[in-house]
Design a protein around this ligand. Sequence first.
Ligand SMILES: NC(=O)c1ccc[n+]([C@@H]2O[C@H](COP(=O)([O-])OP(=O)(O)OC[C@H]3O[C@@H](n4cnc5c(N)ncnc54)[C@H](O)[C@@H]3O)[C@@H](O)[C@H]2O)c1
Length: 249
Amino acid sequence: MKTLENKVALITGAAQGIGKSMALLFAENGAKLVITDLNAEAGENVVNAIENNGGEAIFVKADTSNPEDSRKSVDAALARFGKLDIAVNNAGIVGPVQSIEEYDLNAWNKVLSINLSGVFYGMKYQIPAMLKNGSGSIINMSSIVGSAGAANFSAYVSSKHGVIGLTRTGALEYSSRGIRINAVGPGYTDTSMIDFLDSEQKDIVGASHPIGRLARVEEIAEFVLWLASDKASFATGTYYPIDGGYLAQ
Ligand SMILES: NC(=O)c1ccc[n+]([C@@H]2O[C@H](COP(=O)([O-])OP(=O)(O)OC[C@H]3O[C@@H](n4cnc5c(N)ncnc54)[C@H](O)[C@@H]3O)[C@@H](O)[C@H]2O)c1
């Protein structure tokens, strides 16, 4: 039996990057997928890739910063697949690179509303669907900067710290009712999110991880697969860095 056989998983921001990698890996491992993103074309491509590989998936165009869209995404999972077992609240943006005094106020609100409120809205609607099953696994996407600062990224860092607090709170509220809730904290990962760095800067950032390079999306996806699965049955309320040793320094 495959690791996620008979499971229904919703992943936000799954049209590209880490989210796409998780969607493809979950599908290979037997899950039925609800892929949400702002980017419909790229999201549909992920659905096609899963279907071409013999899996099942649907795409829902949804903005995580809009609570109605988060509700609609869960409703789509229930309408198509009848239940929701796994949710990965992954969508995020990095925002501008500015010091606090320069930081654009609209950008502050946008980053917080996607990266932090978006995770709250997701959980708010995912949890009732999981309570109907009496089980579920939620994984929220934080970062190494969920537990460390980073100069000139105040909104991003604050949002990722907030995700950990929300994760711990959710776990205290729902672990006794069968829902495990965890956060993961990738180190710098080779996706278009870090394209604000040129290739030389990416090498320098990669070298700042003791492993000596950036993470590959598959390395994050494999860890999240385990957390999503029943193999992680005693894991809840925790933040797991996957960081090439970054936070050990
Ligand atoms: N790449 C890194 O170095 C890194 C490190 C740590 C954590 N993360 C986190 O991992 C997650 C995925 O990042 P990635 O590197 O794959 O980035 P990415 O930019 O490649 O992918 C992000 C996806 O989220 C979607 N998205 C953005 N805003 C959205 C919204 N409001 N509603 C729905 N979808 C939206 C985008 O369209 C895109 O498909 C993010 O939460 C990010 O903060 C990334």
